[in-house]
Design a protein around this ligand. Structure first.
Ligand SMILES: [Zn+2]
Ligand SMILES: [Zn+2]
Length: 425
């Protein structure tokens, strides 16, 4: 828990990263429940290893749930320091841990179920349940295709159940959405702690304060200017508030061509706190970076990231932000989608981005379709998983993306990505 083990797998030499953030709330929660099921412990003992706020909240939750299996006992102990006898209360979970334990530990999840059989297809954090299982979404589970029912037909969503039906047609979907990513607000009055940290700190012990201090300095260290061989850019992993508005979805046929587009009468909005890694392009290095350039970069990173950081659609999203933070920097955000963060933001490390930037530049310079269009083509910067509204689909700037990527790797290095000239072998 104290330190991440040094990664040693041979595959890491290829430039991929294994990442799990030990301080993420859902990870802490999973460990706390493990600790409770392993041995009888007092609240004080638990507070030494976990945030007291988390311990108090979890114990209260387990106490109120009659089926949680929490055993509470009173014991007389002698305080070693003072020799005084006192009564303490100990806790232990008697229920065995199950395989879906990690999901359950992350809070009561919403269940996506097959309406006809009642089978649970997958579980998703409640905060972003309807962003993940948006009405109309087609997904594949257990080699079968399912479609999330329309909003009007969701009668058990208050119980945390999202209903689906079998979908026989060979179609896929991609959502249309906008995403706001904001730094966690800092308190006024000279308290520079983030609001999230200060809640914990107020109830915290000195152990906890130290942990927050460690975490905060880690963020500050990460805010340093970085380089991949060219001009410097900013890179940092931060706690953020994310608001996602799902506006509708596109359906695709087998060939990946758009079959139709549905826009909801009202957007579905989900908000959660979590983490993101922000790659910022300061004007001093990049001058003006327009929205269409950022949009193209987001597509390229979304395409290349999977080769260097293993993830699914539910784990991480790449979002372009015309202006982020107090510096108002044009930025690309790698958003850790599990609320609280599960380590995917940290996984988007400098090494991973170095690889993504190079592969992106190769895609732009050597479009397999040989296109020279500003908005590119389906072989280079246009992607199926574009989440933009219909009017913004072609709001892409291939030359702009080329310029930013070239600046990132440096002029010398960028030349190596030129398309082979005609007549060359
Ligand atoms: Zn192209
Ligand atoms: Zn797009």
């Amino acid at each position: 828990m104290k330190e991440r083990p040094h990664p040693s797998h041979p595959d890491l030499g290829h430039g991929c990263t294994l990442a799990i953030d030990p301080s993420a709330e859902n990870v802490q929660l999973a460990h706390l429940r493990s600790a409770l099921s392993e041995a009888e412990k007092t609240e004080e003992e638990l507070n030494a290893d976990f945030s007291p706020a988390l311990v108090a909240e979890t114990l209260a939750q387990l106490k109120s749930d009659s089926e949680s299996g929490l055993l509470e006992r009173r014991r007389k102990v002698i305080e070693t320091a003072t020799g005084e006898a006192k009564t303490v209360c100990t806790f232990r979970l008697s229920t065995p841990l199950t395989s879906d334990f990690a999901t359950r530990a992350a809070g009561e999840p919403a269940r996506v179920i097959d309406r006809h059989t009642g089978d649970i297809l997958f579980a998703v954090e409640r905060e972003r349940a309807l962003a993940a299982a948006y009405p109309g979404r087609v997904f594949v589970r257990q080699k079968k295709r399912f479609c999330v029912l329309p909003f009007e037909e969701q009668d058990a969503s208050s119980r945390g159940e999202i209903a689906c039906e079998r979908e026989e047609r060979l179609i896929t979907t991609s959502k249309i959405r906008s995403m706001e990513v904001a730094t966690v607000e800092r308190r006024s009055g000279g308290d520079r702690r983030s609001a999230r940290d200060s809640v914990v700190a107020e109830e915290g012990s000195s152990v906890n304060d130290r942990r927050i201090e460690d975490r905060r300095s880690a963020y500050q260290r990460a805010a340093a200017a970085r380089t991949l061989g060219g001009v410097s850019f900013s890179l940092r992993t931060l706690p953020v508030n994310v608001t996602e508005h799902v506006l509708g979805f596109r359906r695709f046929d087998l060939n990946g061509l758009v079959r139709d587009t549905t826009l909801y009468p009202e957007p579905i909005t989900c908000s959660f706190s979590g983490k993101a890694t922000l790659m910022g392009f300061p004007a001093s290095s990049f001058s003006d970076v327009n929205g269409a350039t950022l949009h193209a970069l987001a597509h390229l990173f979304r395409t290349t990231l999977g080769a260097f950081l293993h993830h699914t659609e539910e784990d991480v999203d790449v979002v372009w932000l015309p202006s982020f933070g107090s510096e108002k920097e044009p930025s690309i955000a790698f958003v850790d989608l599990p609320p609280g963060g599960a380590g995917f933001a940290e996984g988007c490390s400098l090494d991973v981005l170095r690889a993504c930037v190079r592969w992106s530049l190769a895609l732009v310079r050597r479009c397999p379709g040989g296109c020279g269009r500003t908005s590119g083509c389906l072989f280079c910067i246009q992607i199926r998983d574009c989440h933009s509204a219909p009017d913004d689909l072609l709001h892409l700037d291939k030359a702009g993306a080329d310029r930013v990527l070239s600046l990132l790797v440096g002029e010398q290095e960028a030349k190596r990505f030129d398309a082979p000239t005609k007549g060359a072998p």
